[in-house]
Design a protein around this ligand. Structure first.
Ligand SMILES: NC(=O)c1ccc[n+]([C@@H]2O[C@H](COP(=O)([O-])OP(=O)(O)OC[C@H]3O[C@@H](n4cnc5c(N)ncnc54)[C@H](OP(=O)(O)O)[C@@H]3O)[C@@H](O)[C@H]2O)c1
Length: 251
């Protein structure tokens, strides 16, 4: 919500793209664990060819409507190319990551990792030429709300994005989330998204419902307005503290 990431971007993007408003991400998904019929490449290709085929297909699908060629100022680009899941060996990881690096910085502005442990993140950071600038991980109690990964990201200037914030979340029923929702008269979903953002996390909003997306934004603006009111400061910091303790306790 501090940045807007779209789940199902339009097939074509109007040019010029307002870079401060709309961020487009795409992923390279290795075959491991995914149905081959859903993959945008032939699984008999080498790993680097799979990456190329996947990225080229994203760049083609996301080309600006006014673009007639793939060169010049209207060249399609994505803001971030994310490796969906780590590969099982260091050799495979390196092959995929170096191929991803070859698109940086023009066709792909940033590279990211998803579903990574601290160990994998640290290793990629150390061996890569183009460092990961984004991590996208599940927000859940089982990983201790990823505190170790988030700390590493903060220390290395890496954006930490969270998904799964609402899915089966026990936090929705927690006291600080409910208190903030009641205080600001917003939904518990928005209240939770807001509190997670205050932890330095970029929230991925999972709704497919336009109206819900709009109302989330309205409620979010309301929360920001209230947070800036001097008379709210004490209650606000108490809610934030209690939310922080809750994450630490459930970690
Ligand atoms: N990297 C990965 O491996 C990975 C894995 C999973 C998801 N993701 C990405 O993460 C993003 C978030 O998806 P998520 O499923 O994790 O989201 P989420 O925050 O866990 O939301 C889950 C569901 O909550 C419902 N919801 C109810 N009230 C809502 C409200 N006020 N605002 C928003 N949603 C509300 C939505 O269903 P309705 O559509 O019915 O509103 C939504 O689909 C997506 O872009 C997805 O592609 C990444």
């Amino acid at each position: 919500m501090s940045s807007l990431y779209v789940k199902h971007p339009p097939t074509h993007i109007e040019a010029p793209r307002p870079s401060n408003m709309l961020k487009i991400q795409t992923k390279f998904t290795p075959t491991r664990g995914f149905k081959s019929e859903d993959l945008p490449y032939n699984t008999s290709l080498s790993l680097s060819e799979q990456v190329r085929s996947s990225v080229e297909s994203s760049l083609h699908n996301l080309r600006p409507t006014t673009s007639t060629s793939c060169s010049g100022e209207n060249s399609p680009y994505v803001d971030c190319l994310i490796l969906h899941v780590p590969l099982p060996t260091a050799f495979a990881m390196l092959e995929v990551w170096t191929t991803m690096e070859s698109y940086h910085p023009y066709r792909v502005r940033n590279l990211g990792l998803s579903n990574v442990t601290l160990q994998v993140l640290r290793w990629v950071y150390e061996v890569s030429t183009v460092k990961p600038s984004l991590v996208q991980n599940r927000w859940c109690a089982e990983t201790g709300y990823d505190v170790a990964v988030r700390t590493y990201c903060a220390e290395h200037g890496i954006v930490y994005q969270a998904y799964g914030i609402l899915t089966k979340s026990l936090l929705l029923a927690s006291e600080p989330v409910q208190e903030l929702a009641e205080l600001a008269n917003v939904s518990r979903a928005t209240s939770l998204y807001y509190l997670v953002i205050q932890m330095g996390v970029v929230v991925l909003n999972g709704t497919r419902d336009d109206q819900k997306m709009i109302s989330d934004h309205i409620e979010f603006r309301k929360l920001r307005r209230l947070a800036n009111q001097p008379e709210s400061q004490e209650t606000w910091s108490s809610i934030l503290d209690r939310f922080g303790y809750l994450l630490a306790a459930r970690a």
